[in-house]
Design a protein around this ligand. Structure first.
Ligand code: ADP
Ligand code: MG
Ligand code: MG
Length: 480
């Protein structure tokens, strides 16, 4: 690209200041916005969503590889979610020490014992990758994780291309501006939700967005809501406490909340232990979750799919022969998926786990230690990793974690636009996400698609990531 122009631009403080103002205004013009922390439940004052000033270079081959493998990841997640035996074996050690996963697992068991009310399944996931620069000149696509619960930014990322196209034009890079890809993840997610709603088969029933107490990222969700309204599908935003207070099942296990039948529950909250409050209501949030899981409503995700997205399952999948079990007659699919795996290691009790500990303590800089948590900011690196491993190595506590090879993407230069942060050139690392959507009815896959991408970029000073965690910002790939 016109790297030269951009390099010169970045070095010109006056120009950067002007462009940053243009970028913020363009973001606001196109709905790339978030609420402010001071008033997370009001839209009286909003701000631009954190974003890079320029798009970041991404190699074309790795980008299309990530898009191509997505439908197989969808199938894999869906297969795992239906395999109670596999989930039980994979999570057996984890749930003895991790209370949160244990609680989810218990709900899974309760639902299976009673018998699932609904055979329609809706999956909206996002598989995240970094490009490892191990092979000089040929970075390889490595999966960081797959999010099967509340994978966010499909909405905002549908609008960020406008921002970077405009900025490149203003910066004098007209040709590059035309190379920013369209991305319509919000419509893609809405298409799958709409299909599930249609299969549920009641015109009166709504799509319920189960949302957070603090709704900073509401515009991201509104994009999907509005896509559903375009199709004349009613959506409502409810919190756990609304379901606790007014939720009920009729004799057919139809779910009613505030008197309205719910066709689809789309969880945007409920992936962290602190999302579940033990209030004094007759029903607490955990009971509300169970109520929804037992219901006839289509859950996105259902409890099996939630568990399929745990980091422990990711680690078990990397063991020899496991992918083959899920794709017995498709060695090429196994190969396509496996080629995106980084090294993943068990910390279960026994010689294999002992070996992992020894390796990690010897060279902590090469690894990431991950508990079964989501939302960014939970992983351990370097000295902290070493310290925690020393503490837990002799006890079963270690089984709450998995170990993973640390991926080293090629650093890129960019300017991160964050509210109240100084404008400066940062050395950055990118993480590419790919959205996947699927709908299954009984044994039939009715829809299985790749639904666009998300590029997030953070300063290399931070080991961990996440836009919601305040570290990463939105970006766009400029394919090389
Ligand atoms: P979460 O579910 O909290 O998002 P992730 O596994 O995605 O957990 O880790 C959070 C962040 O930590 C990622 O966005 C990435 O920046 C960093 N990270 C995670 N795993 C690795 C890895 N193997 N190598 C390098 N960075 C990683
Ligand atoms: Mg995650
Ligand atoms: Mg992540």
């Amino acid at each position: 690209m016109a790297q030269g122009i951009l390099k010169d631009t970045m070095a010109n403080a006056m120009l950067v200041k002007d462009l940053a103002e243009v970028a913020k205004d363009t973001a606001l013009l196109h709905g790339v916005q978030i609420r402010v922390h001071e008033s997370p439940n009001s839209s009286e004052v909003v701000t631009y969503a954190p974003i890079t000033l320029f798009p970041s270079p991404v190699p074309k081959s790795a980008f299309y590889q990530a898009l191509a493998v997505q439908v197989h990841y969808n199938t894999l997640v869906d297969k795992i979610s239906q395999d109670a035996d596999f989930l039980q074996k994979a999570l057996a050690s984890t749930i003895t020490v991790d209370n949160f996963t244990a609680r989810l697992f218990k709900i899974h068991q309760q639902v299976l014992e009673e018998g699932k009310a609904q055979s329609i399944v809706l999956g909206l996931n996002r598989s995240d990758y970094m490009l490892d620069q191990k092979n000089e000149g040929c970075p390889t696509l490595k999966q960081i994780e797959i999010n099967t619960f509340a994978a966010s930014f499909a909405g905002l990322t549908s609008h960020t291309p406008h921002v970077h196209r405009h900025i490149l034009k203003v910066a004098g890079c007209v040709e590059e501006s035309q190379r920013i890809l369209d991305n319509n993840s919000a419509a893609g997610l809405a298409e799958a939700i709409a299909k599930a709603w249609e299969l549920y088969g009641s015109k009166r029933a709504i799509v319920m967005f189960l949302v957070e107490e603090n709704q900073i990222n509401i515009f991201d969700q509104r994009c999907i809501e509005n896509e559903l309204w375009k199709r004349n599908i009613s959506t409502k935003r409810k919190r756990f406490r609304d379901v606790s207070k007014t939720g009920s099942l009729d004799p057919d296990r139809k779910l009613f909340v505030d008197g309205q039948e719910v066709a689809v529950v789309y969880f945007r909250n409920g992936y962290m232990p602190q999302n579940y409050q033990k209030n004094a209501n007759i029903f607490n949030d955990w009971q509300a979750r169970l109520l929804m899981e037992r219901s006839l409503a289509v859950k996105c995700p259902d409890i099996g799919t939630h568990l399929a997205g745990t980091k422990k399952v990711q680690q078990v999948l990397s063991q020899p022969g496991v992918l083959e079990k899920f794709f017995p007659e498709q060695p090429q699919v196994v190969e396509q998926i496996r080629s995106t795996f980084a090294g993943l290691y068990t910390l279960d009790m026994g010689p294999e786990g002992d070996k992992t500990i020894e390796m990690a303590l010897r060279t902590p800089g090469l690894f990431v230690l991950k508990p079964q948590r989501e939302g960014g900011g939970n992983n351990l690196y370097g000295a902290e990793l070493q310290q925690v491993l020393q503490e837990v190595k002799g006890s079963e506590e270690r089984m709450a974690y998995i170990l993973m090879d640390k991926i080293h993407p090629t650093p890129v230069q960019n300017i991160l636009l964050k509210r109240d942060a100084p404008l400066k050139i940062s050395t950055c690392l990118c993480e590419l996400g790919v959205f996947g959507t699927y709908v299954r009815k009984g044994r039939e896959m009715v829809l299985n698609k790749c639904a666009g991408h998300l590029l997030r970029t953070k300063s290399s000073e931070h080991a961990d990531g996440g836009v919601a965690a305040g570290v990463a910002v939105l970006d766009n790939p400029l394919l090389l």
